[in-house]
Design a protein around this ligand. Structure first.
Ligand SMILES: *Cc1c(COP(=O)(O)O)cnc(C)c1O
Length: 460
């Protein structure tokens, strides 16, 4: 057999590097419409084969105008990071090596890379020694994993084995959430059999922080509970007072889960970690590597202070599998809801290795500094109203009424200079700007502020 891969991979590496190199010049948003993309990519399923290099080149041709430059330093939509060079490269190799990282037997190095990266993350975040973890597709799946462990633990203490007996007829348990929880909490709970109408909702303040006094009242009596708190509200970046919440959940014997999709990364920064003080007292944590660590999509992480319920809730066995059993070596299928799976540990490992402890802290701090620079710059743009202080990397603002806000935003996005999107804050339209990308620099901030200046000026 010859070198079937040499040409296509070399050509692809060139295309990839050229695209990444074009980010400062190309528009951030897509330039093709839905109909155009269907036209470019569509057509009948070909009858015969095609040369791989041709396939790749035609795919690139067809897809290019429909790509959003998410790795650009001027992409500020949702909460989305870019990809660090070492992480992007390790992600390619993850594909090339094609390990099925469910079992050690199908990828020993993948299993050990996850073991090492998990321990590095645990240490970086200051989570309890002996915590178990899982590399999963995202924070959504991390919630599912952690809350399955919580469900097991709470019901087990009540003498009920939920994995065997299911939920019908189970002892009562309560799921306590904040009014400003992320939508993925609800979906994880739904999938675990806790209908949204059965949740106990604790009010939150206008920044999205859980009312701890109300939580205390809720937990004063009643059946055992799982409490979902948050580190980094998706619009404001605000943190629940995790120490005060742990003071309440601890004595109540409730399981405390923290949604820290992006916010929990402050734990890596000596300057910012006070925002999530008390996080280490929780029972489980869910966060993302594809947001602030700048690992390519998709990559989330679940941590659990109690390995037994974690494993009991999600592990699986079958006669034909080759498993370590007692935890040695580590088989990811015992810790993730997935079975066959991508070796997600490699890019996380590479990102942590590229940055080091200091590099992660600097990345998080730099993004927050850019967010503050945005707030200062936007305050000087005529008609711009900032909505609350910048806590970490999220900036929330509007321009007068809803229609004006939408027009100002639309013009900036249409200009191709930056990409960001809207939300609702206090019942009115607002613009949300999230800085999570390692590439974002002062020039990106300047260009984006200039785009808002210009767009706002078009209103007068
Ligand atoms: C992004 C986000 C999630 C969901 O994470 P995915 O990785 O997209 O599954 C959950 N909670 C918060 C606060 C988020 O910002």
């Amino acid at each position: 057999m010859g070198d079937e891969f040499g040409e296509v991979l070399t050509r692809t590496a060139r295309i990839a590097a050229d695209w990444l190199g074009s980010l400062d010049q190309r528009p951030v948003g897509e330039t093709a419409t839905l109909a155009e993309l269907r036209g470019r990519l569509g057509g009948p399923l070909p009858d015969g084969p095609a040369d791989p290099v041709t396939v790749v080149e035609e795919l690139v041709q067809a897809a290019e105008p429909g790509l959003v430059a998410i790795p650009s330093g001027r992409y500020f939509g949702f909460v989305i990071g870019g990809g660090l060079p070492a992480a992007v490269a390790a992600d390619w190799l993850t594909t090339v090596w094609d390990q099925n990282a469910g079992l050690y037997a199908c990828g020993p190095a993948a299993s050990v890379a996850e073991e090492v990266a998990g321990e590095w993350l645990r240490e970086l975040f200051g989570l309890p020694g002996g915590s178990s973890f899982a590399f999963v597709p995202g924070c959504q799946t991390a919630h599912l994993t952690c809350l399955a462990a919580a469900r097991h633990h709470v019901l087990r203490r009540a003498g009920w084995n939920v994995e065997e007996q299911g939920l019908a007829g189970a002892p009562p348990m309560r799921i306590v959430v904040s009014a400003r929880r992320h939508a993925t909490i609800d979906r994880a709970l739904r999938l675990l059999g806790f209908g949204t109408a059965t949740l106990t909702v604790v009010p939150a303040d206008d920044r999205g922080r859980m009312d701890v006094a109300a939580l205390r009242e809720v937990l004063r009596d009643g059946p055992p509970a799982v409490v979902c708190a948050q580190a980094g509200e998706v619009n404001t970046g605000a943190f629940d007072d995790l120490a005060a919440i742990a003071d309440v959940t601890g004595p109540a014997g409730a399981w405390l889960h923290v949604d820290g999709a992006f916010g929990l990364w402050v734990l890596a920064s000596p300057e910012l970690r006070h925002l999530a003080a008390g996080a280490e007292r929780a029972d489980s944590w869910a966060f993302d590597a594809h947001k602030w660590l700048n690992v390519p999509y998709d990559s989330g992480v679940a941590f659990c202070a109690h390995p037994e319920p974690h494993r009991a809730a999600v592990s699986v066995t079958a006669d034909y599998l080759v498993q370590g059993g007692a935890g040695e070596p580590r088989d990811a299928i015992d810790w993730t809801p997935g079975f066959s799976r991508r070796a997600r540990g490699f890019p996380v490992y590479a990102a942590l290795r590229q940055l080091g402890r200091q590099g992660v802290a600097e990345l998080v701090e730099r993004c927050c500094a850019h967010a503050r620079a945005f707030a200062a710059g936007l305050a000087a743009v005529p008609g711009c109203e900032l909505l609350g202080e910048v806590v970490i990397n999220q900036v929330l603002f509007r321009f007068g009424d809803d229609a004006t806000t939408e027009r100002v935003l639309r013009r900036v996005v249409d200009s191709g200079e930056a990409w960001l999107s809207g939300t609702v804050a206090g019942g009115r339209r607002a613009i949300r700007l999230s800085v999570c990308n390692w590439r974002t620099g002062d020039e990106d901030v300047r260009r984006t502020l200039a785009a808002f200046q210009k767009s706002a000026a078009a209103e007068s």
